[in-house]
Design a protein around this ligand. Structure first.
Ligand code: 8OZ
Length: 368
């Protein structure tokens, strides 16, 4: 029976164990530049079988929150190189999460203070974070404008460049963020996509942009260094689909031939309940569709897992990897703690987004 603490080869990624750190937005990159504090934060967590970086903007247009890092300028790449070097020196494996927020943004964060872009000009009832006078403040997302189909190849190109940049600055691979109501999820789901061209309407059309992005990234850096994150039923960022089971079954069927390193599935409401009675979903059936279509990537699950649930998921074969968000945020040595059954530090919500070392690099490891 496989254990959480067994190594795993996921595509080209060599994981020392099956505990991943989930991507976590921390808003500690002023100027969108990775910095020394971030180097320390990731280094502390290098015991993860796989570290997934916080969502990282693929372009200035992909930026939706204050002080999140990017992956498009030379300075940003130099900053990330410090992070990946530190993680590798500590024996870890790290991928970066490629992020375009779509409509979950604010004119204050967009180039030229333009409206954010989206599949359709439909505003999300959601909030973003701005920093005003050094203080993080929440703001309603701005009214977006609908992307013209002629702009989509440029966005695919931005993903491609960001993926290449990721490898150039030492990441072991990338995770395409297609979850939580951001651009690719907006295209996928009926609640945000009312287009009438080749990118809207049918499931095939709504999945088109994500599949184009995935194929472009895989073409450039290889499937074995590419993962993808999906959230079939999350309500995060005001997103909904009329028939998520059919949509995601179609999607994983078409992802299967890409030989991805992994598929990362958020079960239920991101950071909230795992069961949503009003949004039922069969995750085992989704995995079966992927495997039946020949998908060999690792199956990574997320959301509300504790040690017992994670061990059971891996032992039963329901999952190959389990990712932990808040638990990893508060426990730099999470893997050692899980292994020993040691108690966990509690996360401090007040320091999740923005600020400095407090609530970021000062959570104690066992024995500190
Ligand atoms: C929390 C706050 C801001 C962004 C996501 C990138 O939900 C996020 C995010 C989470 O995927």
């Amino acid at each position: 029976m496989p254990s959480l603490f067994d190594p795993l080869q996921a595509g080209e990624l060599r994981l020392a164990n099956r505990v991943a750190m989930a991507p976590l937005t921390r808003n500690r990159a002023p100027g969108a530049l990775p910095n020394a504090l971030m180097v320390e934060y990731y280094r502390q967590r290098a015991g993860a079988g796989l570290l997934i970086s916080e969502g990282t903007a693929i372009s200035p247009q992909g930026q939706g929150y204050a002080d999140v890092p990017g992956l498009y300028s030379t300075e940003q790449l130099d900053g990330w190189k410090q992070v990946t070097d530190a993680v590798h020196a500590a024996g870890g494996c790290i991928v970066t999460q490629l992020w375009h927020v779509g409509r979950i943004s604010h004119t204050a964060l967009q180039p030229g203070h333009a409206p954010p872009v989206a599949p359709s000009a439909l505003r999300a009832h959601a909030k973003t974070v701005l920093v005003r006078d050094g203080v993080p403040t929440y703001a309603e997302t701005s009214e977006p404008r609908a992307l013209d189909a002629s702009e989509l190849p440029g966005i695919v190109q931005d993903y491609r460049h960001a993926a290449r940049n990721a490898l150039a600055c030492g990441f072991d691979g990338v995770e395409i963020h297609a979850a939580n109501g951001y651009l690719l999820d907006q295209f996928l789901k009926t609640g945000a996509n009312h287009r009438q061209d080749d990118y809207g309407g049918s499931i095939r059309n709504r999945a088109r942009l994500l599949l184009e992005v995935a194929r472009a990234v895989v073409e450039d850096i290889g499937g074995g260094r590419t993962g993808i994150r999906i959230a079939p039923v999350t309500p995060a960022n005001d997103i909904v689909d009329a028939d998520p089971q059919q949509l995601f079954d179609y999607l994983v069927h078409h992802l299967a031939p890409l030989n991805l390193a992994y598929v990362h599935v958020i079960e239920g409401a991101t950071g909230g309940p795992r069961e949503l009675p009003e949004r039922p979903f069969d995750y085992a059936a989704l995995k079966a569709v992927y495997r039946q279509a020949g998908g060999r990537g690792a199956w990574m699950v997320n959301n509300g897992y504790d040690r017992a649930l994670a061990e059971a998921a891996v032992a039963s074969g329901a999952a190959d990897i389990v990712s932990f968000g808040r638990a990893f945020l508060a426990n730099p040595d999470l893997v050692a703690r899980l292994r020993r059954g040691a108690p966990l530090n509690a996360p401090d919500r007040a320091t999740f987004y923005g600020g400095g070392a407090r609530g970021y690099t000062d959570y104690p490891a066992l024995g500190d």
